[in-house]
Ligand binder design. Structure first.
Ligand code: C5P
Length: 233
């Protein structure tokens, strides 16, 4: 596929985030007074190519997500349609729920973790550009600085992959819509959407990611995010 094709973004925010130890689901934890989901949505809407956004949230937080979306849309001005749907037990279920809510005209789908709430717009732009230039699936990734060991159940090392060939991958991950739908119909148990597409035998391209696209997982990550935000304002 080349050229036009409406771009829809699924923001998955239905996880509990138990490792953060907060009393609300992770995407609703405040960062400088704004829930992580609000920061994530701001980042998504900064990408001019995006025409619609689906927020996938826990059933308990639909109204809260709608209020967050209204507040962000008021702040950023006219934006594409933002809808809110309920997610599922596993991340894959939440992505499938988001896929079902995209309108018929969407041909390029980005899947983004709300927890990667400070992802800069350049990463969205790079992913969209690569898919619209013809790639089937695109993931942002960064070089791995640690040496990575593959271990067995006893903790014994079985392999040391060549570090120069490894990438730590992030979101947004971008796909041709038909390919992502096919991948989700075939399986759903990968830790990222590109993993499902790989199983179809389709090529997945890595473009440059960004350290700021890290996933907020622990209380220390939340502190890092607060510091980055303070430095950028
Ligand atoms: O748990 P983890 O941090 O890996 O989740 C990554 C993203 O997937 C988060 O933004 C989380 O809200 C989302 N998720 C989801 N539905 C689930 C599990 C995770 O939307 N059932």
């Amino acid at each position: 596929m080349t050229g036009a094709g409406r771009v829809g973004v699924i923001v998955v925010a239905a996880g509990s985030g138990s490792r953060l130890g907060a009393s609300v689901p992770k995407a609703f934890v405040p960062l400088a007074g704004v829930p992580l989901l609000g920061h994530a949505l701001r980042g998504v809407l900064a990408c001019a190519a995006v025409s619609e956004v689906v927020l996938v949230v826990p059933a308990s937080h639909v109204e809260s997500a709608q209020a967050i979306a209204e507040a962000v849309c008021r702040e950023v001005g006219p934006a594409g349609a933002v809808t809110v749907v309920v997610g599922g037990a596993e991340r894959g279920d939440s992505v499938a729920s988001g896929l079902g809510a995209l309108s018929a005209g969407v041909e390029v789908v980005l899947v983004h973790d709300a927890a990667r709430c400070l992802t800069p717009v350049e990463v969205f732009d790079r992913v969209v550009a690569a898919v619209t230039a013809g790639a089937v699936a695109v993931v942002p990734g960064t070089a791995v600085v640690d040496t990575v060991k593959q271990v067995d159940v006893e903790g014994l090392v079985v392999a040391t992959p060549d570090r120069s060939s490894l990438r730590a991958v992030q979101t947004p991950q971008g796909f041709r819509r038909d390919v992502l739908v096919r991948a989700h119909a075939a399986s759903s148990d990968a830790t990222d959407d590109a993993g499902l597409v790989e199983r179809l035998g389709e090529p997945v391209l890595v473009v440059e990611g960004d350290a700021r696209a890290f996933k907020v997982t622990t209380p220390a990550d939340l502190e890092t995010a607060a510091r980055l935000l303070a430095e950028s304002t």
